[in-house]
Design a protein around this ligand. Structure first.
Ligand SMILES: *Cc1c(COP(=O)(O)O)cnc(C)c1O
Ligand SMILES: [Zn+2]
Length: 391
């Protein structure tokens, strides 16, 4: 009898009817013959008739407390953001901070509505575009800004014009612009050439620009810092992939504002990562140049940061210098190895995002940072964006 009881409670996960593995409040019930039993962690069929059991909460609580009354996300911080009357939103933000290893966390921005952090700023920017009554929005893009502008444009009933460097955009990102009904223009050359064209359309008054020259987009992106703060206060380091260089500035600005408000007493060290073949900001910083050192033909597998003339380079340097931060480069091989290692921890990101983990590995090895510190990798985009990069 005792043995029987013991083995029964073991099957249910030990002690108190499965409490130890968290099944204590459940019963297994057979939807076919009505047989009821204690739940098991590894057996799912009815011992009487073989049907699949249903897991039923034995007692539902009278009252539940949710951590967030409203959904956590960009608009939770509207006090610190533009407040357009009508919001164009797909519930952006509120992404998880996932523990990767001792002292290391990943802010998984791939879980935004279109799969990248671009949605945070696009929600604000498109809301404002709608508010001022434009009918066209325009972006140049390596892919993610286009995907986001296409989705939010569709949401708002605006025509999205997206300029893409021909043959250089990851398949998933291109599919998003197509399915959301954007007007797609293929540009011979690099992202930087596409941006010149997009700026011309903006300056000619043909469309409202939602590239990161648009400060309101960066405002939305600073919510990444607020969310990190909600989860772990101030980490020691935040590592960000740098392309057009707006995001590293936006995140720094978010922390800096929290410091001005008096909630925190320091900002994290902002660490920017570029790919070896596309490292204009790194070179500018390393040589202490007061002019941007452009890269004419940027090359890297990390297409989201394949940019030779980052428009926000000055803001980004401000963020790095005012936080005691630094810039670092990694090569394509290191990026792909790092991406594989993240994937084997269950996190699938696109190559640009994996550059942060490659940088972390390098900086740990060179004792620039240690795992006694707390470091956040900004995992900017989802791996499904760029399936062709998986070999
Ligand atoms: C846009 C983007 C970046 C680069 O951000 P910037 O603000 O342009 O520096 C990095 N990773 C991914 C996935 C992106 O979409
Ligand atoms: Zn000026």
């Amino acid at each position: 009898m005792l043995i029987n009881k013991l083995s029964k409670s073991l099957r249910a996960g030990g002690g108190c009817g499965g409490n130890r593995i968290g099944l204590g409040k459940y019963v297994f019930k057979c939807p076919k013959c009505g047989y009821e039993t204690q739940p098991e962690a590894g057996k799912f069929t009815c011992p009487r008739c073989g049907s699949l059991m249903e897991a039923i909460l034995a007692e539902l609580p009278k009252d539940i407390k949710l951590r967030y009354r409203r959904r956590l996300g960009v608009w939770s911080y509207s006090q610190l953001l533009p407040e357009p009357k009508n919001r164009v939103t797909l519930n952006e933000g509120g992404t998880p901070l996932i523990r990767i290893s001792k002292g290391l966390f990943g802010k998984f921005e791939g879980l935004n509505p279109t799969g990248s952090f671009k949605d945070r700023g696009m929600a604000i920017g498109v809301s404002l575009a709608k508010a001022i009554g434009v009918s066209n929005i325009v972006v140049a893009s390596t892919g993610n800004t286009a995907a986001s502008a296409s989705a939010y444009g569709a949401r708002a009933g605006l025509r999205a014009i997206v300029l893409l460097p021909s043959g250089k955009v990851a398949r998933g990102k291109l599919a998003q612009s197509i399915i959301h009904g954007a007007s797609i223009m293929s540009i011979d050359g690099y992202f930087d050439d596409a941006l010149t064209e997009a700026m011309n359309m903006f300056k000619a008054g043909k469309a409202y620009s939602l590239n990161s020259i648009n400060a309101w987009r960066l405002e939305g992106q600073k919510s990444i810092a607020y969310e990190i703060y909600e989860d772990i206060k101030v980490p020691d380091n935040v590592i960000v992939p740098v392309g057009n260089a707006g995001n590293i500035y936006a995140i720094w600005k978010g922390f800096w504002e929290l410091m001005q408000i008096g909630l925190i007493d320091k900002v994290p060290r902002m660490i920017g990562v570029q790919a070896e073949g596309a490292s204009p900001l790194y070179e500018t910083w390393r040589r202490g140049s007061s002019e941007l050192i452009e890269v004419k033909e940027p090359k890297t597998v990390a297409s989201a940061i394949r940019i030779g003339k980052p428009v926000n380079w000055l803001k980004a340097l401000k963020a790095v210098n005012n936080s005691g931060g630094l810039l670092v480069t990694v090569n394509d091989n290191e990026i792909m190895i790092a991406r594989g290692r993240l994937a084997r921890r269950g996190i699938f990101v696109e190559p640009a995002s994996a550059s942060t983990y490659a940088a972390y590995i390098k900086l740990i090895r060179n004792s620039v940072i240690s795992n006694d510190e707390r470091t956040v990798l900004v995992l900017t985009g989802h791996g499904l964006k760029d399936p062709d990069s998986v070999k």
